[in-house]
Design a protein around this ligand. Structure first.
Ligand code: NAD
Length: 345
């Protein structure tokens, strides 16, 4: 483990679908070990998941935190519990990687934001893992260097068909916390803010027509960025398509990989890029009568979760500042919350 002091000793709060996926990402990592997990569902009636056999298990996360030997904790409990679980971790003096959304309400988030602002030792990273993908870093550099000129338009899509079984979990069917805006499109909003800049206003239509649940299953957002760019973001958890970050990258092996399919199209006054395939289109003298030149930016080491984990180990050790802070993540939450209020059916 050249260059690093020691393995980061991690705990997990919430050993459900994504908590277990985190445990698999950690098992592949040379930067961190998972040593304990907490979930009230642990108990004699529930078989222990294979991933968690060899570590200490607790029904109450506060007992886990009382061990006193953890460097960091990943919070993957239902979304409405994120703030209180993150605060408990900070009280125990450990760094937190809290899953998105960081909160389900601005007021709920306030104590966490205040705590981070007041305590320089409070380290909170929010799990918008896509920012750690090298294609995102490459796109941000391309845009930041002005190679696309002034950004004018963005078209983003995330559309896939979740199974009915996914919605048997109670919190995914209801507010606050459920719905594809807060569970899925918040990632796209975070990426767009990271790549293009702050979103000044949003108009949206959200619908629950496909599944008939309390929460939306399909939505369209029109975004006006502070720099003048205008974007659209459409998404559905009830539509078949290869378009969406989960299908277009190998971030999460749970989802089949459809290489070469873009899910963000960003166009500026001098050029355009499609992400994550990183095809770049430019024109030395912009004209709709001339062909655009097409190039590919190579993307290597595309494992966003491994990179996020390595970054979290650095954050926990005080070597890095969080790439996604709680305050930053809350801005993405605000955009999707506005959209979620725009339900039409
Ligand atoms: N970053 C991503 O790409 C990504 C992907 C999926 C889910 N998530 C986020 O991860 C979180 C969990 O989602 P999920 O699909 O795994 O949910 P889930 O319902 O499958 O798992 C949640 C787990 O938390 C446990 N839990 C409930 N109360 C608890 C408590 N008081 N203390 C500890 N554990 C408790 C439940 O028993 C369950 O095992 C959500 O906030 C979701 O938005 C993020």
């Amino acid at each position: 483990m050249a260059g690093h002091d020691a393995q980061c000793r991690l705990g997990l709060i919430g050993a459900g679908t994504f908590g277990l996926r985190h445990s698999r990402f950690i098992a592949r990592s040379d930067r961190a070990d998972l040593v304990a997990a907490a979930d009230p569902a642990f108990g004699p009636d529930r078989p222990v998941p294979d991933e968690l056999h060899d570590l200490a298990r607790y029904c109450d996360h506060r007992e886990m935190l009382a061990r006193g030997d953890l460097d960091g904790v990943i919070v993957a409990s239902p979304s409405e519990m994120h703030v209180s679980h993150a605060l408990d971790c900070l009280d125990a003096g450990v760094a937190v990687l809290v899953e998105k959304p960081v909160a389900v309400d601005r007021e709920q988030a306030r104590p966490l934001l205040d705590r981070v602002a007041a305590d320089s030792r409070a380290r909170v990273l929010v799990g918008h893992h896509r920012r750690h993908h090298p294609a995102v870093a490459a796109a941000r550099e391309l845009i930041g260097q002005g190679r696309l000129g002034e950004i004018r338009t963005i078209a983003a899509v995330w559309a896939t068909h979740k199974s009915d079984a996914y919605f048997e979990v109670e919190w995914r069917r209801r507010q606050p916390g459920g719905g594809m805006l807060l569970i899925n499109l918040i990632h796209e909003v975070d990426l767009l803010r990271h790549l293009v800049g702050e979103i000044a206003s949003v108009e949206a239509i959200a619908s629950n027509q496909a599944r008939g649940l309390e929460v939306e299953d399909t939505a369209g957002l029109v975004l006006r960025f502070a720099n003048g760019a205008i974007g659209t973001l459409v998404g559905s958890d009830s539509a078949v398509s290869p378009w969406g970050w989960d299908q277009a990258t190998e971030d999460d092996p749970t989802f089949p990989y459809h290489p070469g399919q873009p899910c963000l199209l960003i166009a500026g006054s001098r050029g355009a890029v499609s992400v994550p395939d990183m095809t770049v289109f430019t024109q030395p003298a912009p004209s709709w009568l001339e062909p655009v030149t097409q190039n590919q930016i190579p993307v290597e080491g595309a494992d966003a979760f491994a990179r996020q984990l390595a970054h979290f180990a650095d954050v926990a050790a005080g070597r890095a500042r969080p790439l996604v802070t709680a305050e930053d993540a809350l801005r993405s939450f605000e955009v999707v919350r506005t959209a979620a209020r725009s339900r039409v059916s």
